[in-house]
Write a protein that binds this ligand. Structure first.
Ligand code: UT7
Length: 328
């Protein structure tokens, strides 16, 4: 009998500090009207001095484990989608593994930027389906605001921080769980979004590093054009692989980067508004955290219920994109 990777519990964590568009109007030459019209973002949560990527990931994980009623000692694996680890190494997943006391678990990070949770869920689900793990914690966590140039109005209005996590468990004799997944990449587009300083090519200790970009760089309109195509592409491919069509989707939980990008993907799929989950207005683009936070809010508010088919789709730096179909 086929083994399925079923979502058993879910958690999330957000920093308490809120940064509104009105706050940004006092920092750079922007307006609430411009930000709302171009992105749909009204406010976002940003890390304060006491917050960290691993701290948010740990809090989200603890809530997911409690929700699943699973003891950390039962975990075989911790997988964290993040590109903003506390340090270059060790990985965020190892810091979480220690903090939650998952003594038996292996742990690794997946670097797929805003598609980090899509990629991580796919890898974790495949491990379960192949019989290599039975209980896996999957996290999406990012703190991009720690790398934002707060004088650059073209990027500083877009990002927020947060984390979300799910516990996946092997089950047999069920139609619930991960149905299908698609992971895609185009490294030719690497130059469109990057963070150069602090990596091994431009180490933080090297004075020459001062000549390279210290904060997030993004060619907004190139990424916008890519995102609109990529969202539709990943959704169509994952549905085709599953032998399903858009009418089979009960809820669409896309990466929350920009309202206009989400609306164009929903239109391409012919999805009515009530099937499209949105929270970009409150959190902005939280990178790898945005999809699990969306799944969390949708399930806790009753919009996403057991047995429903949910499609997640994401895109980001790499360039990468992908989608997951899950029976909740
Ligand atoms: O998770 C993956 C990461 N990224 C994304 O998903 C981002 C994808 N891209 C986008 O969402 C959009 O390209 C943006 C929201 C970033 C920008 O919207 P746009 O409609 O593509 O604007 P634009 O970059 O073409 O800029 C239009 C104008 C420019 O002024 P000029 O040259 O026309 O005079 C910008 O300087 O808007 C100006 N502008 C701003 N004005 C007020 C750029 N940022 C701001 C701002 N406030 N914050």
């Amino acid at each position: 009998m086929a083994i399925r990777a079923v979502v058993q519990g879910i958690g999330h964590a957000l920093p308490s500090k809120v940064l509104t568009n009105a706050d940004l109007e006092r920092m750079v030459d922007t307006t609430d009207e411009w930000i709302m019209q171009r992105t749909g973002i009204r406010e976002r949560r940003i890390c304060g001095p006491g917050d960290s990527n691993s701290g948010l990931a740990t809090a989200a994980s603890q809530e997911a484990l409690a929700d699943a009623k699973i003891d950390p000692s039962e975990l075989d694996l911790v997988v964290c989608g993040t590109v903003t680890g506390d340090m270059l190494f060790p990985s965020t997943s190892c810091l979480v593994q220690s903090a939650i006391g998952a003594k038996r678990a292996g742990a690794f990070d997946v670097g797929a930027a805003c598609a980090g949770f899509i990629y991580s869920l796919s890898v974790a689900g495949s491990m379960i389906e192949a019989g290599h793990a039975r209980t896996v914690l999957v996290i999406g966590s990012d703190t991009l605001t720690r790398f934002v140039d707060w004088t650059d109005r073209s990027t500083c209005v877009l990002f927020g921080d947060g984390a979300g996590a799910v516990v996946l468990r092997a089950e047999e004799g069920t139609d619930r769980g991960l149905i299908e997944t698609v992971l895609l990449a185009d490294g030719d587009g690497a130059r469109h979004i990057d963070l150069q300083a602090g990596g091994s090519r431009y180490p933080a200790w090297d004075p020459a590093t001062q000549d390279v970009r210290q904060a997030i760089y993004m060619a907004g309109s190139e990424v916008y054009r890519f995102a609109v195509t990529a969202m539709g592409d990943a959704c169509c491919r994952v549905l085709q692989q599953a032998g399903m069509d858009a009418a089979d989707i009960d809820l669409f939980v896309p990466h929350q980067a920009n309202l206009r990008i989400i609306e164009s993907a929903a239109k391409r799929l012919g999805l009515p508004d009530e099937k499209v989950f949105l929270n970009v207005e409150r959190y902005g683009n939280t990178s790898g955290a945005s999809i699990p936070i969306g799944l969390y809010e949708a399930s806790k508010s009753g919009r996403l219920r057991r047995g429903m088919v949910v499609m997640t789709v994401g895109f980001g730096a790499g360039l990468v994109w992908g989608a997951n179909l899950i029976r909740w």
